[in-house]
Design a protein around this ligand. Sequence first.
Ligand code: CP
Ligand code: NVA
Length: 330
Amino acid sequence: SAVSGVPHLLTDNDLSSKQLSDVIRMACKFKHQAKVLGKPSGAPLAGKTMALMFSKRSTRTRVATESAVTYLGGHAMFLGSQDIQLGVNESLLDTSKVVSSMVDGIMARVGAHSEIETLAKYSTVPIINALSDLYHPTQILADLMTLHELYTPKGSDPHSVSPTTTLKNLRMAWVGDGNNILHSLMLQLPKVGMHISMATPKGYEPNADILKQAQKNATDAGTEIGVFHDPKEALRGADIVVTDTWISMGQEEEKKQRIKAFAGYQLTTELITESGAQPDWKFLHCLPRKQEEVTDDVFYSPRSHVFQEAENRKWTILACINQLLVEKGF
Ligand code: CP
Ligand code: NVA
């Protein structure tokens, strides 16, 4: 979305199907250029600063963003909640005006999604959502890049084929919480022609407005969204099986009641195969991971691509930053 002419990436619907495919292909190109060929970037962000305003902890998103900005020749400035007045002792309005007057882009990890909307309203530079309670758009870019790499036919170059071709008609099953990761998956998967079936416990369904928006995306794309409570139903026919923690950041005090509510939702090889997933099913997880949502025999199996997925946070965030700060928009 653009606020006052400044382009931002706040939710998954800020990317069209074509823009999403282009970002994934660019990410593949950067990965090849930087990692395989060992080539420098030409430093298009020389002299520029990207601020990372994070009000929650992070391993992947922080390391991905800082190393991506370094590769592009810019400076990444990490501003944790202990370091700056992020909504504590100073309004988000004032913080946004001040920080954006001195930097060239902002990566923001917030609590309530309304906080990033406020930042975007008053920022004079592009803002990328590094996770809010409702969305985690850059995570799904990495998920789709990983699947694109896995499903690109041998002998083809992932940069030169479209994810809308390699991923078309694949079915993802989500078993777990109706959280920010699920919301972002529901919105993005239709844009590459993928179906999604989800199973969440009663009381932990996805946000109803976001589900409605996702159903609209699916109708436009001609893809399916299946909404269930029974993990077996969601897993039937799945090509890709995905979950996330049952206790997101900020929900720590609900741990006891959540563990109870999610009984029966742990992903095990047995549950997945007995439910009729495809014989060659694959597993993804955004990390950080806890044992309660998925057993080691799935998480560390050859079917699991979680570490490739984690690394791809860097290449997809790099492609987003390049698009917003160097190419000046999507
Ligand atoms: N997947 C993810 O966003 O990880 P971090 O919270 O460590 O950044
Ligand atoms: N749902 C998790 C994702 C962490 C990357 C959370 O919000 O904490």
